[in-house]
Design a protein around this ligand. Structure first.
Ligand SMILES: NC(=O)c1ccc[n+]([C@@H]2O[C@H](COP(=O)([O-])OP(=O)(O)OC[C@H]3O[C@@H](n4cnc5c(N)ncnc54)[C@H](O)[C@@H]3O)[C@@H](O)[C@H]2O)c1
Length: 322
């Protein structure tokens, strides 16, 4: 797909982060956008930002409340889109919504594990199922599934249990790579890409915590406190003398630095993704850190989960997220 003007794009998780920036850049190129999120407030802000510039006549930006892990919500989103965008087709599908957390079989509950897995994997799978018919009706279509560097490397450092997110992101990568052939065989006018971002400056750390805990508060749950203590121990910090309040403060600073001190911004990431689609890439790595990690894992797969591998990679790219 060489340009987006006059097309219709669906974006899941359009409320903040990369989803928001994708919406803004698509609208700036004259593309109609229908987004969903669990936060109406966040989507209203995305819409406002999209409308700051004068929109081409007739361009539509619609917002829809839907949890991507629930098929009924996605179907309702699709039906609302058909009505509000006055269309029976879409051209672009960005399965972008995702959260972290819930990564341990020991210190997290099953509900937390499955929440992350069902959003990050189920949301992508159900997104494709739900919108495939509308993509089929377009003259050309493109499915963009967001995985992560955790789709080829199942870790964020040795102090962190990361099974739910990694399992989901590997699934997204495997599914999208296999989908290429399924599309070639059965719907050659539709292409797909898997997006694998490195560290991107978004509020995913605090958003994930809030969604996992079902609260708008930034307070850590018992599980969060335990996970944070493990994470700090993993980087050699003795947390025994620290109170829960100390841990809470460190977690808040960490969520802020994750957003504000990332090597790649959400806007830069969205541009890389959109340029990748235009260039016909099926494999879109986002950020120098993602490219370097991809190389390292291929060079030394057997050593990928050793402390030294992480430490030397983190030192090279300046990661402080483990
Ligand atoms: N930020 C990073 O460093 C990074 C790295 C690799 C991959 N990713 C992936 O990129 C995607 C976007 O993440 P981001 O960093 O922009 O995060 P973000 O938290 O800024 O944005 C994600 C959006 O998805 C929404 N969302 C969460 N659960 C949802 C659900 N069940 N249904 C609908 N919407 C939901 C959130 O409300 C939020 O608006 C995610 O899939 C994430 O896993 C992010």
């Amino acid at each position: 797909m060489k340009d987006f003007a006059g097309k219709i794009a669906v974006i899941t998780g359009g409320g903040t982060g990369m989803g928001r920036e994708l919406a803004r850049q698509l609208v700036a190129e004259g593309c109609n956008v229908a987004m969903c999120d669990v936060s109406a407030e966040a989507m209203a802000e995305t819409k406002r930002l999209c409308e700051v510039e004068r929109l081409p006549l007739g361009l539509r930006i619609t917002t829809h409340i839907a949890d991507v892990a629930i098929e009924g919500h996605l179907k309702r989103f699709r039906d609302e889109l058909i009505e509000q965008q006055a269309t029976d087709k879409i051209h672009l599908l960005f399965n972008n919504a995702g959260i972290g957390g819930g990564g341990s079989l020991f210190t997290n509950t099953r509900e937390q594990w499955e929440k992350t897995f069902n959003i990050c994997w189920g949301g992508v799978y159900l997104g494709v199922r739900t919108f495939l018919q509308l993509l089929m009706k377009a003259d050309e279509g493109h499915i963009v599934n967001t995985s992560s560097v955790n789709g080829f490397w199942a870790s964020v450092g040795i102090g962190v249990s990361h099974t739910a997110y990694s399992a989901a992101k590997f699934a997204v990568k495997g599914f999208t790579e296999a989908l290429m052939n399924d599309l070639r065989l059965n719907a050659p006018h539709i292409k797909c890409s898997v997006v694998m971002p490195g560290h991107i400056g978004t509020s995913i750390v605090s958003n994930s915590r809030k969604i996992q805990n079902g609260t708008e508060s930034d307070s850590l749950s018992e599980n969060d406190l335990l996970a944070m203590r493990q994470r700090l121990k993993g980087i050699g910090i003795d947390t025994a003398p620290m109170s829960d309040e100390d841990i809470q403060k460190i977690a808040l600073v960490r969520a802020r630095t994750f957003r504000d001190e990332a090597p790649t911004s959400a806007a830069q990431a969205a541009k890389i993704i959109l340029d990748g689609i235009k260039a016909g890439k099926w494999r879109i790595l986002v950020g120098d850190d993602a490219h370097k990690l991809d190389e390292r894992v291929r060079q030394m797969p057997e050593r990928a989960y050793e402390a030294e591998f992480y430490q030397s990679f983190a030192a090279e790219v300046g990661w402080r997220i483990g």
